[in-house]
Design a protein around this ligand. Sequence first.
Ligand code: TXA
Ligand code: MG
Length: 323
Amino acid sequence: MPLVTTNLDLGVEELQAGKPVAIPTETVYGLAAMIDNEEAIKAVFAMKNRPLNHPLIVHVAHKWDLTPWVEDIPDYAKRLIAVFWPGPLTLVFRSNTMNPLITGGQSSVAIRCPAHPMAQALLNQLGTPLVAPSANPFGKISPTTAQHVKNSFADKELTILDGGRCTIGIESTIVDATNPENYRILRHGLIDEKAIAAVVSTPCINEKSTLRTPGALDSHYQPQKPLYYFETVDELAQFCQKQGENVFVISCKKPKEIDEEMFHALSHQPEEVAYDLYFQLRKADESKAACIAIELPEATSEWEGVRERILKAGSKLEDVKFM
Ligand code: TXA
Ligand code: MG
């Protein structure tokens, strides 16, 4: 049985003893292990059922010197660090010193400085970075509360540090900063291309990267129930008309067939939708609904993080045949 606790010292002890520990971050909960303990890292892969060639993000405390792990930090990345760290921005740097178990054998490493005070306190006490993939079984929805982590690993011996509900709610933005001339966004998040462009003038390259990013797989973040997404609220309403009341709906307007407790009103603020997205998908999974219907936000830069999650978690109705 997992143990949910706010005892930071216990988390430190367990990590130092080579056991994975679930930790809060401002984005989603992570399943952490110290970067210098291969057995603990392998245990993280095993617990998540994650393929071994999928690289992990290395988490550091604020203001730590990155030179032991990173070959070169381009000037624009230094600026991004100064503005966005600690916070939900992961940067991928060239590296030849990091354990290949962490990098998936690539000559780059992803580094993130989480803003959650408990994560910072833990890192500072340990004095060593932590790998921390999201604390969910591979391909499933990331956890935004300690209880979510407990539910996912109900039969495991695991210490879960409870830092409350994650304030961001979706995973960090990942920027490939291996090229000093330009950068790429490998995974979208709440720090969007516009926010980055407001800080650096370096060009953003949009064609597909050759770096392997499992978050870029077509299906990911999946709830247990079928999730269908709709470009417009009218299409969603039509679907509910045909389908009857047995749908959990996440949209800006409640279809009349749907009961209040099977409906979540979509906000017009990307931050608010990100905060609630995984939380509501889990609630939908626990409801009596046979499926989940969600309205896609518009395809603008600020919504990209939320859209990317929905597109990977769900399917378009034409693709699955009208039921
Ligand atoms: O918000 C987050 O980033 C959360 C919290 C716990 O910090 N962590 C997280 O980790 O989302 P995970 O393992 O679920 O996703 C890590 C992503 C994957 O898409 C992986 O491919 C990418 O980071 N990644 C890691 N190292 C990389 C590298 N060297 N090059 C390119 N992508 C990398
Ligand atoms: Mg993940």
